[in-house]
Design a protein around this ligand. Structure first.
Ligand SMILES: Cc1ncc(COP(=O)(O)O)c(C=O)c1O
Length: 357
C-alpha cells in the first residue's frame, strides 16, 4: 500500500509516474539498457532531455529569449551563483526576508556583494511574506530576490512585485500554478518537491542576463555556459531529468498548470478549513499568505503534537512533523499529493480532537 506521504522534500511523486519508470527501468524502449546507463549525448537520452525542456516551456508558456536549464548542487548552489553571475561590483541586490530559505539566499549573497534587505518579516509569527507596499527598493538594483514559497513556515507570495529583474526561488511551488515568466529574470527550483527526484535544479533564465557575468567567474559556474551547451556542458543527472520528463507529461495530462492550480487550491482550502473550524488546531501563517503547498499548524502543547504525529503515522499518514527548527505540524501537499490523502488527514484530525481536545 502507498503511504500518504506529507514529506516536504524529497516528496511524493505521482504513482503513475513511478510505475511507468519502473516498467522502463531495466530495458528502456527495447534498447536493452536503462535510460540511466546511456550516454547523455546519445539519441535516446537526447530525446528525453529535449522533450522535458519543451514540456516545461509549454506548461509555463515561456516566451522566446528564455532558456530552461538543468543544473546541479540544489537550490542552495543557486544562492551564490546568482550574485556571482548577476551582481556587479558597484551594484546592490535587493532581497526580501520571508523566513529560513530567504535568509540562506541572503547570507550567500552578502558574502559576494552589496545586499539591501527590501523587507524583513522573517522572524514574525504568525508567519508571512512581505506585502508589496512595504518593499523598500534600491534604485538601479541588479535584481530583487524573493522566495515564492517558504517551505518551513508555510507562507507564499500570492502576487509578485514588479521589477526589471525579479528573481525567485520557487523550490517548493514551481509548476503548482500558472506564472507569467516574462515578469521574471530568473526562476530556480530544486527538483525534489514538485518536479521529481533530488539531483537537479531547474533554472529558467532570461538569456540576456547571462551576458552580465564577470570574466573571473569559472566556466562551470556561468549561466551562459549552460545556456550555450543546452545543459550538457558536463554530464547532466540523466535519470532525474527523465523522471522530470515523465512528471511534465503527467502535468500536461492533468490539464496543465491551470488544472493543477485548481486542484491545489481545493486541497489546501479543505485542510485550512479543517484547521480554522476546530478551535483546537491553530494555523501558523497569516491567512492571506497561507501556502497551498506546505500547510503548517500547531496543537495546544508539544506533547499533543508528538502524539498527533505518532498516531497519524499508525493510520498511514506519514511525515507530518514540522521542520526541526520550528516544530509543530506540516503537511506538504505538492502536486502529486492525492486529494484522498487530504480527506484521510481531516478525518484523522477530527478523531484526534474528539479524543484529546
Ligand atoms: C524554498 C527552498 N529553497 C531552497 C531549498 C534548498 O534546496 P536544496 O536542498 O535543493 O539545496 C529548499 C529545500 O527545502 C527550499 O524549500
Amino acid at each position: 500500500m502507498r503511504a500518504y506521504n506529507f514529506s516536504a522534500g524529497p516528496a511524493v511523486l505521482p504513482e503513475e509516474v513511478l510505475k511507468e519508470a519502473a516498467a522502463e527501468l531495466v530495458d528502456y524502449k527495447g534498447t536493452g539498457m536503462s535510460i540511466m546507463e546511456m550516454s547523455h549525448r546519445g539519441k535516446d537520452y537526447s530525446a528525453v532531455h529535449d522533450e522535458c525542456i519543451a514540456n516545461i516551456k509549454e506548461l509555463l508558456n515561456i516566451p522566446a529569449g528564455y532558456s530552461v536549464l538543468f543544473m546541479t548542487g540544489g537550490a542552495s548552489t543557486q544562492f551564490p551563483l546568482i550574485p556571482m553571475n548577476l551582481l556587479g561590483k558597484d551594484q546592490t541586490a535587493d532581497y526580501t526576508n520571508s523566513g529560513a530559505w530567504a535568509k540562506k539566499a541572503i547570507e550567500a549573497a552578502k558574502m559576494l556583494g552589496n545586499v539591501n534587505i527590501a523587507a524583513d518579516c522573517g522572524k514574525e509569527i504568525p508567519t508571512r511574506v512581505p506585502r508589496l507596499d512595504e518593499l523598500k527598493l534600491t534604485d538601479g538594483a541588479a535584481y530583487l530576490h524573493i522566495t515564492s514559497n517558504e517551505t518551513i513556515s508555510g507562507a507564499q507570495w500570492k502576487e509578485f512585485p514588479k521589477h526589471d529583474c525579479l528573481i525567485a526561488d520557487m523550490s517548493s511551488d514551481i509548476l503548482s500554478r500558472p506564472l507569467n515568466v516574462a515578469d521574471f529574470g530568473l526562476i530556480y527550483a530544486g527538483a525534489q518537491k514538485n518536479l521529481g527526484p533530488a539531483g537537479i535544479t531547474l533554472v529558467i533564465i532570461k538569456d540576456e542576463l547571462a551576458e552580465k557575468c564577470p570574466e573571473t567567474v569559472p566556466t562551470i559556474f556561468r549561466y551562459k555556459t549552460h545556456i550555450d551547451e543546452n545543459s550538457l556542458y558536463n554530464t547532466v543527472p540523466t535519470f532525474p531529468v527523465y523522471m522530470l520528463c515523465l512528471v511534465t507529461r503527467w502535468l500536461k495530462a492533468k490539464g496543465g498548470l491551470e488544472g493543477m492550480q485548481k486542484i491545489n487550491v481545493e486541497k489546501a482550502a479543505k485542510l485550512y478549513d479543517a484547521i480554522d473550524s476546530s478551535g483546537f488546531y491553530k494555523g501558523t501563517a497569516v491567512p492571506e499568505f497561507r501556502s497551498d503547498m506546505n500547510v503548517t499548524w500547531r496543537l495546544p502543547t508539544e506533547e499533543l503534537e508528538e502524539l498527533f504525529i505518532k498516531e497519524a503515522s499508525k493510520q498511514n499518514l506519514k511525515t507530518l512533523k514540522g521542520h526541526r527548527s520550528v516544530g509543530g505540524i506540516r503537511a506538504s501537499i505538492y502536486n502529486a499529493f492525492p486529494s484522498e490523502g487530504i480527506d484521510a488527514l481531516i478525518a484523522f484530525m477530527k478523531e484526534f480532537e474528539a479524543k484529546n481536545g
